[in-house]
Design a protein around this ligand. Structure first.
Ligand code: PMP
Length: 289
């Protein structure tokens, strides 16, 4: 596998960063996860824009222009001959001292991994997921801005541990006020009386790019959308529920905390969203070849 590292495509065995990089010492950096479908990079511009926005919010200067990052991403996919797969793009704060001070890290590093992806098994899409609510809360936006896709994922990892210990594949994370924020790596949607509901980003979720695709698709399907604060109760009484994320795509949910949602099967509108998403994924994107 060829890895793009600070301007060069190098062999996987040579792709190394320093133990003094603040990404390693403090989780100080930002990243993106992007999909390749049919030899095209899906929503590439949006992902790179979010990367730059995340970096700006944490006062991290990416030593490459937006256009250069786009080009480097496409080059990495091409160098690995991928038609379908997953891209992980990481910008680290760079090497500095052992103290926190990011101003003592003179230059950020960037690396890009383009690889195949291990998807959820097909049965989860056919049968839907059973979710739990975890005790780990999303941090308040004033503590850690939810829009920033930073390398600081310990909060989500704590939630993921709870999900795994409860034999669930995903967990609902609430914010400090008890409203639904998101899952450990996915945004959440409900359908109630034909209306599509999703939490406000200000309730603590990542401003997901798959989420934005679903909002666009809702427009095309003529489904009314409401972004509003949601509670567990809203999920319990929803007709349908699904999650969205770059890796998961659109995955139906059939229960929360052992309460069946709707009739306990992936719902008809959910299936339409899954189809419409696949159509969008397979027919749009930045060509690599
Ligand atoms: N929430 C979290 C915490 C995530 O890490 C992700 C990305 N995997 C998402 C939501 C979904 O965002 P996107 O659709 O942009 O992948």
């Amino acid at each position: 596998m060829k890895i793009w590292l600070d301007g060069n495509l190098v062999d996987e065995s040579e792709a190394k960063i320093s133990v003094f990089d603040h990404a390693v010492l403090y989780g100080d950096g930002v990243f993106e996860g992007i999909r390749i479908y049919n030899g095209r990079v899906f929503r590439l511009e949006e992902h790179i824009r979010r990367l730059f926005d995340s970096a700006k919010a944490i006062v991290l200067t990416i030593p490459w222009t937006y256009e250069e990052v786009i080009k480097a991403t496409v080059e990495t996919v091409a160098a690995n001959g991928l038609k379908d797969g997953y891209i992980r793009l990481v910008v680290t704060r760079g090497t500095g001292g052992l103290g926190l001070n990011p101003y003592l890290c003179p230059k950020a590093s960037m690396f890009i991994i383009a690889s195949t992806i291990q998807l959820y098994p097909k049965e989860h899409y056919d049968n839907g997921l059973a979710l739990i609510t975890c005790a780990t809360r999303r941090p308040a936006p004033a503590a850690l801005m939810p829009q920033v896709k930073s390398l600081n994922y310990l909060n989500n990892i704590m939630a993921k541990i709870e999900a795994i210990q409860a034999n669930a594949l995903e967990a609902i994370m609430l914010n400090e006020q008890g409203y639904v924020a998101e899952c450990t790596g996915d945004n959440i949607f409900l359908l109630k009386n034909g209306v599509l509901l999703t939490p406000l980003i200000s309730d603590g979720g990542l401003d997901g790019i798959t989420r934005s695709v679903i909002l666009q698709v809702a427009g095309k399907l003529g489904v009314e959308v409401r972004e509003q604060s949601l509670t567990r109760y809203d999920i319990f009484i929803a007709d349908e529920c699904f999650l969205t994320g770059t890796a998961a795509e659109v995955v139906p949910v059939i229960s929360l905390d052992r309460r069946q949602i709707g009739d306990g099967k992936p719902g008809p509108l959910t299936k339409r969203f899954i189809e419409a998403f696949r159509e969008e994924a397979n027919s749009t994107g930045t060509p690599v070849y």
